[in-house]
Write a protein that binds this ligand. Structure first.
Ligand code: COA
Length: 259
């Protein structure tokens, strides 16, 4: 299939998907999101694909978040629709029947961190940085981040990251259990491939069931996702969200008023 914002390659049954908007640090605009949805359909349909690697284009960025320029003027219900749509796409990644690994080669912020967390596990290059900086914009994560961050690193560390908006480096991500390995950037894809080569030697149906069974642990958390969608939509009613996103786009410091 042809994509405008994704590069894909299939080599010895491992499908590499590279988000390719390097001039915008691979930010997730609606086209990227629609193409991520389509790429998962391709993965499920194509029997030659046995495993997937998600990575970002350029040396600096995995994905620096949802595209902030698309938030301008959204209403509460449009915000909810966006979060609902994003969550559905990331659920499809999380529930993909074939193993999906994030090879995080730079900034994994906001929706980028959420994309990495929707993958089955994560490998980072030494320069990788992780964060959920939405509060800096007067927002919260909307693509499952509040739920998966707590699942992966625990409530205390997750709430510190969510409420400060601070980034953590690759070594902290390793210590927190957010990533499984940290390697030099030039070895990142090889490391991901090496692990996936082991996995694809095993029984594919058993691998699929490992994924669905591991995901079943978190079935009861669906209310949390509904809470997140509602809260994400509500952010679009606030002055601070308009100020935060406006300030980012105008390259100035935001002034928040708590309204
Ligand atoms: N949405 C839209 N555009 C984005 C973006 C995003 N999430 N993240 C980066 N970009 C764009 C920048 O606006 C800039 O575009 P321009 O060259 O047309 O001005 C380009 O990508 C490069 O980013 P820049 O900020 O110049 O790079 P940097 O190395 O100075 O800073 C970051 C890197 C990641 C720290 C900074 O880009 C940033 O804070 N991005 C936003 C992160 C965020 O809040 N994500 C959550 C969104 S909900």
């Amino acid at each position: 299939m042809k994509y405008t914002t994704l590069l894909t390659s299939l080599e010895t049954n491992i499908f590499t998907v590279t988000i390719n908007r390097p001039d915008k640090l691979n930010a997730l605009n609606r086209t990227v999101m629609a193409e991520l949805d389509a790429v998962i359909s391709e993965v499920e349909k194509n029997a030659e694909i046995r495993a997937v690697i998600f990575t970002g284009s350029g040396a600096k960025g995995f994905v620096a978040g949802a595209d902030i320029s698309e938030f301008k003027g959204l209403t509460n219900s449009e915000g909810m629709d966006l979060a609902q749509w994003g969550q559905e796409i990331f659920f499809r990644i999380e529930n993909c029947s074939k193993p999906v690994v994030a090879a995080v080669n730079g900034f994994a912020l906001g929706g980028g961190c959420e994309l990495a967390m929707a993958c089955h596990f994560r490998i980072a290059s030494e320069n990788a940085k992780f964060g959920q900086p939405e509060v800096t914009l007067g927002l919260i994560p909307g693509y499952g981040g509040t739920q998966r961050l707590v699942q992966l690193i625990g409530k205390g560390r997750a709430l510190e990251m969510l409420m400060t908006g601070n980034m953590i480096d690759a070594q902290s991500a390793l210590q927190y259990g957010l990533v499984n390995y940290v390697v030099p950037q030039e070895q990142l894809i090889d490391k991901a491939r090496a692990i996936l080569e082991t996995i694809i030697q095993k029984a594919p149906l058993a691998i699929s069931r490992c994924i669905s069974a591991a995901n079943a642990v978190f079935d009861n958390s669906h209310n949390g996702y509904e809470v997140e969608i509602k809260a994400f939509g509500e952010c679009f009613d606030t002055e601070d969200m308009k100020e935060g996103t406006g300030a980012f786009l105008e390259k100035r410091k935001p002034v928040f008023i708590g309204k």
